[in-house]
Design a protein around this ligand. Sequence first.
Ligand SMILES: NC(=O)c1ccc[n+]([C@@H]2O[C@H](COP(=O)([O-])OP(=O)(O)OC[C@H]3O[C@@H](n4cnc5c(N)ncnc54)[C@H](OP(=O)(O)O)[C@@H]3O)[C@@H](O)[C@H]2O)c1
Length: 246
Amino acid sequence: MKSVLVTGANRGLGLGLIKRIVTHTNQPKYIIGTCRDIEKAKDLQQIAALHPHIKILNLDVRNTETFENFAREVEDIVKEDGLNLLFNNAGYSPKSTRISFLKTEQLTETFQTNVIGPVMLTKALLPLLKKAAENSQKIFSVNSAAVINMTSVLGSIALNKEGGLYPYRCSKAALNMASKSLSLDLKKDGILVTALHPGWVKTDMGGPGAPLQIDESVTHIMNFVENLNETHNGGFYQYDGKKLDW
Ligand SMILES: NC(=O)c1ccc[n+]([C@@H]2O[C@H](COP(=O)([O-])OP(=O)(O)OC[C@H]3O[C@@H](n4cnc5c(N)ncnc54)[C@H](OP(=O)(O)O)[C@@H]3O)[C@@H](O)[C@H]2O)c1
């Protein structure tokens, strides 16, 4: 893998993924971490200062009108190598969303961040993903071209036993559907797409009661990602490779 891009890389799982990737023996040539406010992304800046192949780019995934420019910035970094791996990781979950308290804005903002952002960003970065796939004879693997959509088990319709969480559950269910469609549409280009649940993880979103540490989750995720093959295309998996029900 020559290049990887992680959205929402300033904290939580996104930062954990960057930290995990820089410790890998086979280093990608380029590791791109995006965040909404570079000034405030002190932890990410610190890692980038130690590893000059980490590039930090500014991106708010709700601002789809900036994606064309953003794709040019990514191209300036990866050039003819293209982009091997896109982690659509940035995500949002509003608190308290039982039906009686639900606000329209909560649904809108969550869909913008968790569905429209990842789908339109994948579209904007398609030429670079295609380039990477062509460079490696379109073999379905992370060394060719892959999109990992960070979804959630809470987006599973089959596994929903508790209701509530309308913005988050509905947005991740929609992201799951988008992942499936992308996997079918991009198969001919040799681009693999999967929906991946990172587990319930101790982050700002997961909260202190979550059973998994960030390290544990991202170690499993990277093991899974490194072993991706054609059978994973269009699937819904959790961090340890277990297949989940839609
Ligand atoms: N933690 C869990 O238990 C869990 C479980 C299932 C799925 N997930 C998924 O895993 C992914 C990462 O979650 P996390 O636990 O690391 O969450 P987190 O700690 O809350 O971090 C969320 C990240 O997304 C970024 N983000 C939010 N809105 C954004 C926007 N509009 N544009 C760009 N970046 C934005 C945040 O940036 P700012 O700092 O600028 O807000 C932050 O970097 C999410 O997609 C989440 O849904 C997490």
